[in-house]
Design a protein around this ligand. Structure first.
Ligand code: ADP
Ligand code: MG
Length: 212
């Protein structure tokens, strides 16, 4: 059997079948290295280049643990920009297709608050957003992160470069202490080192040099 086949992972048959439908025949390098510890519940810091398949690496982690019958925000993904948040949300929607009805909501700046507040009232399983707007909703009491099981910081170095460190720290503190935290970053500057020490617990560290 191909050691990089998704079917080597302890995933639900519906999720495996959907990956097959998407044409994901084998794991990329970052997926093959990160998914086994992620599915075991470990925290993770991963360094990998753009286009290496990071979204599915954390997306499959979120979906594996998610209970579709529990209509609460169980996964939170923070991204640096609205465009990246939209891309991640779209990829998560593709990955979630096999699982029935999983609601994925994007909360990004530049869009009016009110429709986002109305969507939050209806509820969601996963929120993908930018730190500033997520913080706004927390401040207004329109977002409840107390049920988050998986917290993802995607492109963390770009977020701290943009000055989001304090917003991120505030958002992390609104999540339960007992959670899984996955941090993805292309580089490892001091801010990311500090974030890793404060927000992650005994993380597995992965560095992928080449693409795929
Ligand atoms: P990154 O976040 O590392 O820049 P993405 O998660 O956006 O990369 O993935 C890059 C592209 O690769 C996307 O179009 C995605 O659908 C595709 N992809 C991801 N994983 C696989 C896989 N295992 N097999 C085939 N294509 C994949
Ligand atoms: Mg990405």
């Amino acid at each position: 059997m191909n050691p990089n086949a998704f079917s080597t992972l302890p995933l639900a048959p519906a999720l495996l079948a959907n990956l097959d439908t998407l044409g994901y025949t084998e794991m990329t390098t970052i997926q093959a290295q990160s998914l086994p510890p992620v599915l075991h519940g470990r925290d993770l810091i991963a360094q990998a280049k753009t286009g290496s398949g990071k979204t599915a690496a954390f997306g499959i982690g979120i979906l594996h643990k998610l209970n579709p019958a529990w209509f609460a925000i169980q996964g939170l993904v923070m991204c640096p920009t609205r465009e990246l948040a939209d891309q991640v949300a779209n990829e998560l929607r593709r990955l979630a297709r096999g699982e029935g009805n999983i609601k994925i909501l994007t909360l990004t700046g530049g869009a009016p608050m009110r429709p986002q507040m109305a969507s939050l009232e209806h509820g969601a399983h996963i929120v993908v957003g930018t730190p500033g707007r997520i913080r706004d909703h927390l401040g207004r009491g329109t977002l409840n992160l107390s049920n988050v099981q998986t917290l993802v910081l995607d492109e963390a170095d770009r977020m701290t470069d943009m000055g989001f460190y304090d917003e991120i720290a505030g958002i992390v503190s609104a999540c339960p202490a007992r959670r899984q935290t996955l941090l993805f970053s292309a580089t490892y500057p001091d801010d990311i080192r500090r974030a890793t020490e404060l927000f992650l617990r005994d993380p597995v560290e992965i560095k992928v040099e080449a693409q795929h």
